[in-house]
Design a binder for this molecule. Sequence first.
Ligand code: G1P
Length: 292
Amino acid sequence: MKQGIKKAIFPAAGLGTRFLPATKASPKEMLPIVDKPMIQYGVEEALACNLTEILIITGRHKRTIEDHFDYSYELEASLKKSGKKKMIEEINRLNRINIAYIRQGYALGLGHAISRAKPFVRDEPFAVILSDDIIPPEETLLKDMVKLYKELQCPILALEQVPMSEIHQYGVVDGVLEKNGVYRVRDLVEKPDAADAPSDLAILGRYILTPDIFNILEGSKPGRGGEIQLTDAIKKLLKTRQVYGYLFKGKRYDAGSKFGYLKATVDFALKNAEIAEPFKQYLFEVTRKLRQ
Ligand code: G1P
């Protein structure tokens, strides 16, 4: 029987060093893009694909993530007093999401984080969402991948063509185009130098994986940067099954970098009904001054 996907895993135990000192005591995943923390965009993306069983892999200093998706009695009481009905609805929407948490303990890399999900995933295929890759809600990347999984029943990695000057920041795929944006993966390498990169096809923070990855992860040794790399485990998986890449041509923000984070903030602010107009005016002013 062909299996569908219900589970989404959010690794969120990283140290967020690129945003220090903001991330010294609060998680990177809770940095807001306009009025929602980064991780909420990813969670909403999962829910929009009917991935309703969510696991967040957390670590020390990440308790605010759990609080964010939990009921807040004091807040509701205070909003009630001031008659903010709409905001109560919005806040309560978050408490209704079914989220499980597992702690990673040691931040030993993405592969290690995913290995912690084994008791939650058991024998089902699952999606992995890296919440600092923000994909606007109008894009259908994850939906397309879930659909493609139903057909292929094989792991699928989201791919994006990136300039070779940026390729060293990504896992990179060597693939053969099979049909419309679908590549059969032949090899993968984590964060290669441009000269050694097999292509310009970078892995994005969206994966569909199968539970056979766990046995491989359990025996994995540290790779690039001394971390247990998911890319290395997927490379090993190639020996036993086919893995596909799905080329994404839409909009994506690398909100794990300061520049990408600011781009996401500006674009989402321009789409936010409450502030779009005054913000646009402000941007006009700023850009006019910059041009002078
Ligand atoms: C991780 C993966 C990398 C992938 C990237 C996508 O790297 O290890 O293969 O290309 O996410 O965002 P990170 O950005 O966590 O260093």
